[in-house]
Design a protein around this ligand. Structure first.
Ligand code: KG4
Ligand code: ZN
Length: 354
């Protein structure tokens, strides 16, 4: 199937052209074009994503990215829009003004090229972002989706069949990284900055002289909470006085340890609570770009013989359009009639798994 996919749910504008064939467990994915523009720097001054600015930037950048991917695909394989099977666009979850920009753009293209347009779920996109890796996705799987907007544990019973097992009740893990980094005077996005300092502390075996809480470890459910951790960082920093490079490093180390302890421990609980040990463990979303998260989860899967860890490339951990095309491939393969629907797409900011 030849698919043009569009992602505008948050602060990344992205378009991809994919040629996907083969079984869902191990499809062959050819990326004919993949363009992405991150607005992160523009939103930095607002301390978070500002929806109306995101919308304006998406509107400005979509035509530019489209031209880029079309030119790339044509040069690579003589691709023409007439060869597309369908167009897909993220309909949720995300910021509604931003989502609508992508939807309107996709529908205009659909009319112009006379191609069907189908909606894709951004979170399913994160799950299937692992599909460009030459690995087999054996089901049932369990997925940890960790980004700046989400922290969720999802059971993937079958392609297209999910159950949300746990989620954050306040901040997402990535958001906590970003807020902690801000308190330490580190630039946005904070995850990679904290990761780098924490690794330096680990390599030098420096560690931390204080402990931060590991929230919700024994909450009796699979939910997360990261806002208390953020407050603990604030109080500790007040107590420590000037934020020197040594304090930055120490705090980065202890904060990353606390978050990773919670993520791995909750995931262990989730796996043990399943009737059958999942065959695959997926980690995806921006925070899954973290080398330390990958290291901790490599260790976790070793506790469960027969379970394989699947993670996307770093590039596809954060928001992108390739993963949206993959989610749509799964959806249309399971439900080919989706291509025949003439219903207009709608943005659904709180779109969930159930
Ligand atoms: O998936 P994503 O690009 O966008 C959202 O949907 O939010 O994720 C961005 C988030 C940011 O919060 C960023 O700090 C975090 O992913 N992140 C990391 C790392 N790289 C990015 N968090 C921890 N460690 C990293 N290496
Ligand atoms: Zn995302």
């Amino acid at each position: 199937m030849r698919i043009l996919s569009i992602e505008t749910s948050c602060d990344e504008t992205a378009i991809a052209i994919l040629d996907i064939t083969g079984p869902l467990e191990r499809p062959e994915v050819k990326v004919l074009g993949n363009a992405l523009y991150s607005q992160a720097k523009l939103h930095e001054q607002y301390g978070g994503v500002f929806p109306m600015l995101a919308k304006r930037e998406h509107e400005k950048n979509l035509p530019i990215l489209l031209e880029q991917v079309l030119a790339h695909a044509e040069k690579l394989e003589g691709f023409l829009p007439s060869q597309l099977d369908f167009i897909t666009v993220t309909v949720g979850p995300g910021l509604e003004p931003a989502l609508w920009t992508g939807i309107t753009f996709a529908e205009e293209l659909g009319r112009k090229w006379e191609k069907p347009v189908v909606g894709a779920n951004h979170m399913e996109g994160h799950i299937y972002s692992i599909m460009t890796q030459a690995a087999t996705l054996q089901l049932p799987a369990i997925a940890l989706l960790v980004s700046g907007g989400h922290t969720e544990i999802v059971e993937v019973k079958d392609f297209g069949s999910y159950k949300l097992l746990g989620h954050t009740v306040d901040d997402a893990a990535g958001e906590a990284f970003d807020k902690c980094a801000r308190m330490l005077g580190l630039p946005y996005p904070g995850g990679p900055q904290i990761g780098k300092l924490a690794q330096e502390a680990r390599d030098a075996k420096r560690g931390a002289s204080f402990k931060l809480p590991r929230p919700m470890l024994n909450s009796g459910n699979l939910n997360f909470s990261f806002s208390g951790l953020k407050t603990a960082v604030l109080y500790k920093l007040r107590e420590l006085g000037d934020v020197t490079p040594a304090i930055q490093e120490e705090m980065a180390y202890e904060f990353e340890e606390a978050v990773m302890d919670v993520l791995t421990s909750k995931m262990r609980q989730a796996i043990e609570a399943q009737d059958e040990i999942p065959k695959s463990l997926i980690i995806a979303g921006g925070v899954a770009a973290s080398s330390y998260l990958r290291e901790r989860f490599e260790k976790l899967v070793q506790e469960f013989p027969g379970m394989t860890l699947l993670a996307p490339t770093r590039e596809l951990s954060t928001d992108n359009a390739v993963m949206i095309g993959l989610a749509a491939y799964v959806m249309v393969s399971k439900q080919p009639s989706a291509l025949l629907s003439h219903e207009a797409l709608r943005a659904s900011g709180n779109l969930s798994f159930s």
